[in-house]
Design a protein around this ligand. Structure first.
Ligand code: SF4
Length: 328
């Protein structure tokens, strides 16, 4: 970037013209002085509005199987090494999963995501989830239906697509370099393979990351460029919410400003992708949450898997109070 922090409008012009920002500019985004953050946010907002106007899509999660994962992701309360006090239960019934879809629709959510703590689904799990997808699809033909079920084969992805699923979430989480620091039971390449399988099945991809786990800015930049390279449809941005009983329970390094700069970087590198404010926004951004809408166009409501969050009514107030509108 030619002139440090004051060139953000020029950067937005570059992005709107269809060019990618270079790595030096990406570094400048994360290094933007806090006093210049308003300018960065305003420029990023032009990119956001060019593709999504002022719309914000609401999404709702359902923890369909909780607390019994054999993996060791260090940020996760549901991993085999977590001692967090959380609900533990096997896969919910099809009726319960369908009831969750009703609640999502009642709350104004456009997307409903059923999440299972597991390495990946067994055949019986795929049968069960396929049945749930079929029933939900019949009831709510327009509801965007997403599954987050770990490592997924191409064949199982295809079966779930045939049953009515539209999206699969499988986060990259962090950079390739930092991945072994947060998980030892599967690899970054395992993650990429699942994303490839999802794309091969014609499903839409939802894959983002978590910041605040001890990664460097270069790791965040690697992650951001990877989201662009993969041409993801949806990119959730999580901000670490350290949970007691997990290896990252004491890590608290994010500031609201840092969270906002990362959101801008993702938007500038992925101008047309859905970018979603996800877990930890309440804890890490507090009163500055609404500024995320300058970059993101989607948000979770009614909490996360094992941590609470703003309910749909208060999230709606947040959106409208910031001059944006809930997508219907
Ligand atoms: S695979 Fe998912 S549920 Fe399992 S430990 Fe990792 S993040 Fe948690």
């Amino acid at each position: 970037m030619r002139n440090a922090e004051n060139c953000w409008e020029e950067v937005a012009d570059t992005v709107l013209a269809g060019a990618a920002i270079d790595r030096e500019t990406a570094r400048a985004v994360l290094a933007c002085a806090d006093r210049d953050l308003g300018k960065l946010l305003a420029a990023t907002r032009r990119v956001r509005e060019a593709h999504f106007g002022r719309r914000v899509k609401l999404c709702m999660l359902r923890n369909a199987q909780s607390g019994i994962c054999p993996e060791d992701c260090s940020y996760c309360s549901q991993s085999k090494i977590s001692r967090a006090e959380i609900p533990v239960y096997r896969m919910q019934s099809v009726d319960e999963l369908v009831a969750g879809a009703y609640r999502a629709v009642e709350s104004g959510a456009r997307r409903y995501c059923m999440v299972c703590s597991m390495r990946g689904p067994q055949e019986r799990d795929v049968d069960h989830l396929a049945e749930a997808c079929q029933r939900i699809r019949r009831q709510f033909p327009d509801l965007e239906l997403c599954l987050s079920i770990g490592i997924l084969s191409a064949a199982d992805a295809q079966r779930l697509k045939n049953a009515g699923a539209g999206w699969i979430n499988h986060n990259l989480n962090t950079s390739r370099r930092f991945y072994p620091e947060i998980c030892s039971t599967h690899t970054y390449d395992d993650r990429l393979q699942t994303i490839a399988n999802v794309q091969a099945a014609g499903l839409k991809t939802c894959a983002g990351g978590i910041i605040g786990m001890g990664e460097t800015d270069e790791d965040i930049i690697d992650l951001a460029y990877e989201t662009r390279r993969l041409e993801l449809d949806s990119i959730p941005l999580n901000f670490l919410h350290p949970i007691d009983g997990t290896p990252l329970e004491k890590r608290r390094e994010l500031t609201p400003e840092k969270c906002l700069k990362v959101a801008c970087l993702l938007r500038l590198l992925n101008p047309a992708a859905e970018i979603r404010a996800a877990g930890g926004r309440e804890l890490n951004l507090g009163a500055r949450q609404a500024e995320l809408f300058n970059a993101v166009n989607s948000i979770f409501v009614n909490g996360y898997l094992t941590t609470p969050g703003l309910d749909h009514q208060r999230t709606r107030e947040l959106i409208e109070g910031a001059g944006f509108e809930v997508e219907t």
